[in-house]
Design a protein around this ligand. Structure first.
Ligand SMILES: [Ca+2]
Length: 538
């Protein structure tokens, strides 16, 4: 029997559908472009709209609420919203270990509420043989909080000259591959590489930022139209789909103020993605040099759509630094960090902490509507690149088969021939929710079961061409995704019976998976003394 493939699962953080070069964007991503032209690009793959829920779903093949990750990882919250990966799920690492895989992780975890002491929801207790990365969901790229190796805090490792988290994640992944090949070369490996780029704060190197000087000067309106044109020309999107309107809260580019600062924000964002691609290049090279690339299944995707969150000036440093642990008050050399989107301060260096804001996120998600947090296409549509020379015959093809995060576990088990367990460490495990996409490696699949999403009351169900979607607290909207994937023509009024049927299927799913209505979540959090949930700001 042929050796089981090595598996490299690469996830990044808060990136739009059309940012990568091979998905119509301006950003220089030669490594991902190469993987796409020698592998497959999926056009209708979906995440779960937010960091922690997406990671929980990706890792377990379940829906986030089933795993204890209803919203994020704060430990205040009712059943199903506990903020810790619970015992009724298994991770891909735990499942693959049953098939003699060795398992490695480099990067962001973000499915545990305890950031300080190891718990059974930390990576080493969830099937990983080796772990280097952060437990928390965001932070300085120069000096990340909760930097951990195994179960030990190693924040001191960031104090060395030249440390940058994106590079550290890449270099660790390379080292894991080389050490595995040297010490366990006959065994297959699973490696999960979870970048924090390009999540805020906007941190990047001058040389990477310089590459984008002038690249975005045409402004968001022109660039959104150009992206759609490239996506259509490359066969990823249908020419019938119209560009969504510019976000109504944002001015036309011609009327925008503080353009020098605005451009710098987008240039730094691009540089963050660029730096990640450089690192993926080193990882792919390590696979080539060890002779493992041909039989490595590489999967790349993003955890949610681009993020429109502003980091206001005057935001509480106490909250960000001490309570949430997602920022540092001072640089490693002792300078104060300026937190907030102050247009007099150019983002990039360690003493800044900014985000690129709504208008650029609107570009990142072009041609779709809305952002991270919402279940409209801008929130959940992600690039999905699959590369596996020994397992995929076609080169550079595009697949329109819809899929979502629980399908990744199902696909990996299908390919490796490993059974999904019904118990782990004595605890019963919920049945797998995903469906294998292995068949789509050869050709588009004809049909798939319904897909469901919920996050903060925003929700959707997709059945065949129909998508029923709700922006909390608004009513259900209905879209024909074959005719109108950019969600511009709400057909709910024309199809009341279809709306009622799909809404009923959604409600049944929500009850089965432990989804609580948003007002109930808020009320329960209030009753536990939480005066304002972090996610209510957004
Ligand atoms: Ca994210």
């Amino acid at each position: 029997m042929a050796r089981k493939p090595d598996i490299l699962l690469i996830l990044n953080d808060d990136m739009g559908y059309s940012d990568l070069g091979c998905y119509g964007g301006e950003i220089h991503t030669p490594t991902l472009d190469r993987l796409a032209t020698q592998g497959l690009r999926f056009t209708q793959f979906y995440n779960t709209a937010r960091c922690s829920p997406s990671r929980a779903s990706l890792l377990t093949g379940l829906h986030p609420h089933q795993t204890g990750i209803g919203i994020l990882t704060y430990d205040s919250g009712p059943e199903g919203y506990a903020g810790n990966l619970n015992r009724h799920c298994v991770t891909i690492a735990q499942a693959l270990k049953r098939g003699a895989y060795r398992t490695y992780m480099s990067g962001k975890w973000h499915v545990s509420s305890n950031l300080v002491s190891p718990t059974d929801s930390w990576p080493m207790q969830r099937g990983f043989d080796e772990f280097f990365g952060t437990i928390i969901g965001a932070g300085s790229f120069y000096d990340p909080n909760t930097l951990t190796r195994g179960n030990t805090n190693v924040e001191h490792e960031a104090r060395r000259e030249g440390f940058f988290y994106t590079d550290a994640i890449s270099d660790q992944a390379v080292e894991f591959i080389r050490a595995h090949h040297r010490d366990h070369g006959e065994q297959p490996f699973f490696q999960y590489v979870a970048y924090t780029a390009p999540h805020w704060p906007l941190h990047a190197h001058d040389e990477d930022i310089a590459r984008y000087q002038g690249r975005f000067d045409a402004g968001w309106d022109t660039l959104r139209a150009e992206r759609l044109e490239r996506l259509v020309n490359s066969g990823l999107l249908d020419e019938r789909w119209r560009l969504s309107e510019r976000d109504p809260s944002q001015p036309p580019w011609t009327e925008a103020e503080r353009k020098e600062w605005l451009l710098r924000c987008m240039e730094v964002y691009a540089a963050q993605v660029d730096r990640m691609d450089q690192g993926i290049g080193r990882i792919v090279r390590a696979l080539e040099e060890t002779g493992r690339l041909e039989n490595t299944l590489i999967i790349f995707l993003a955890d949610n759509g681009a993020c429109a969150e502003d980091i206001p000036e005057g935001v509480s440093i106490e909250e960000l630094v001490n309570q949430l642990m997602i920022a540092r008050s001072h640089t490693r050399s002792g300078e104060p960090v300026h937190i907030g989107n102050n247009p007099d301060i150019m983002p990039g260096p360690e003493n800044t902490y900014q985000s690129y804001g709504t208008a650029w996120a609107n570009l990142s998600n072009a041609p779709f509507r809305l952002y991270k947090h919402w279940i409209h296409e801008g929130g959940i549509a992600t690039p999905l690149i699959v590369h596996w020379p020994e397992g995929i015959r076609e080169r550079g093809a595009v697949r329109h088969t819809p899929g979502y995060l629980p399908d990744i576990m199902a696909t990996l088990l299908d390919i490796t021939g490993i059974a999904y367990p019904d118990e782990q460490d004595g605890h019963p495990v919920a049945p797998l929710e995903g469906h294998s996409l292995r068949g789509a490696f050869a050709a588009d699949l004809a049909a798939r079961p319904p897909m469901f999403w919920e996050h903060e009351g925003n929700a959707a169900v997709r059945i065949g061409p129909w998508k029923l979607v709700r922006k909390y607290p608004g009513p259900w909207e209905l879209y024909d995704m074959v005719a109108d994937r950019t969600e511009l023509h709400d057909l709910a009024a024309q199809h009341p019976e279809r709306v009622a049927d799909m809404a009923a299927q959604y409600e049944a799913w929500a009850v089965r998976c432990g989804v609580l209505p948003r007002d109930k979540v808020v009320a329960l959090m209030r009753s536990q003394g939480v005066t304002k949930a972090f996610w209510e700001d957004e």
